[in-house]
Design a protein around this ligand. Sequence first.
Ligand code: NAD
Length: 486
Amino acid sequence: MAGNGERWPDRAEWAGKIFSAGWRESEGGTRQVIEPASGQVLAEVGVASPADVAQAGARAARAAGDWAAAVPSDRAEILLRASSVLREHRDTFRDWIVRESAGVPAKGDYEIIAALAQLTHAVGLASQPRGEVLNPQAPGGTSLAWRVPLGVVGVINPWNAPLLFAMRALAPALALGNAVLLKPDPLTPVSGGVLVARLFEDAGLPDGVLHVLPGGAETGRAVAADPHVAMVSFTGSIEAGRAVARVAGEGLKRVSLELGGKNSLVVLEDADVAAAALAGAVSTFGYQGQACVAAGRHLVHADVVEAYTDALVGHARSMRVGDPRVEGVTVGPVISARQADRIERIVDESVAGGARVRTGGRREGLFYPPTVLDHIDRAMPVFTEEIFGPVAPVLPFHSDAEAVELANDTAYGLTAAVHSGSVPRATAVAGQLRTGMVHINDVSAKDAANAPFGGLGISGNGSRIGGTASLEEFTQWRWMTAPGPV
Ligand code: NAD
């Protein structure tokens, strides 16, 4: 439980500290964690200064060698144990996710299930074959190529899926023999950091292999710049992603960027409109729309646009806004005043430009209600910008070609959904969308541990995380020859 008197994760051990070969005081001081729904102080965590990061980097580099040399089944065993610890303490994880990230309990459960799937998948990844026997250049010789760990991986994460994003990078990176510096977002350092460290401590991960370094941009910059860090796995905004890429580029490091999205949910005229509207509501209003994979445009054939919009408005109005810990609430507050101001600006400017509010559109503090807008034109910020809030702009189209053109009218390219009574027709439309992911007759907001997650254009740098793609991301080739057998 997130309150006092808890037995696990044992606040006395971690409060005000960072995790770097044990819990320790940091030079960067401490920082409070505030619950968005109540303004209450939930905890105090340590903040890692650049000097703390440097020490962690050196410790991680020392630990990385033995960890890389461990037999894969030993690494897999620790990941298996980590999943048991997560199952055992799932109520604690859920409570912290609900309180820190202001999601309803079902969002917490989703993250836990997805994090468990990442761990399970990584268990198998540890023992994947990852080498090639090549033709030698001289008779009797040996020529081998195989994937080796990178060494120390830096992971920098946002606040919206703190546990899932930590685990989707950590589980494969550790399974494949890397040490990790994890920098959670300052808004969610417990569910995205402290609990993860406690989990791996209990699972028996050797000291120094994982470091949890809470802090803001300065800490993130230090992680990306640290000379021991060979690769940075970043999830977050485009601005911060660019900054991380610049620092990583200076150090000639690999960098994986998972950034934002302006994702379309396309509804053809032969679609099941009720099912499409439900998928649309889940894709835009779920977790207050604060997901890179949320639907940011609802493109609906003119023949069914009224029926679709009415159904979407019905879903929006049926959702209860409030403290996510209160039973029956389905929409919590957005994470911060900064995000609420941003949503308000995008909606207000669009309404001033002629958009019509069908429902919602007026915030109370951090609480922004599910909102449906129509009469949208392409110059409006609600069409051009990632909203990261529970706002659904609905636009009609008259042909499949026009739907494709509208959906592709963005520099982003993360995900999309296409709804049609004909799967081949939906697949044909999906094939023309310039996105890294696409889903037929489903929500836009999906992820799976065995799938390569990521986007095109300004949604990332073509990197993928998940499935066998993680094997490439978190390892590199090594070639060895010998004049005889080895
Ligand atoms: P943000 O980019 O400000 O913060 C993300 C992380 O980067 C935090 O840990 C932050 O402390 C760190 N950071 C910020 N500036 C940094 C710098 N200069 N150097 C190093 N680290 C730095 O993100 P935000 O605005 O809080 O999150 C919302 C954004 O993240 C949205 O745009 C959303 O689309 C994107 N996002 C993408 C995905 C994805 O998987 N593609 C997932 C979630 C969020």
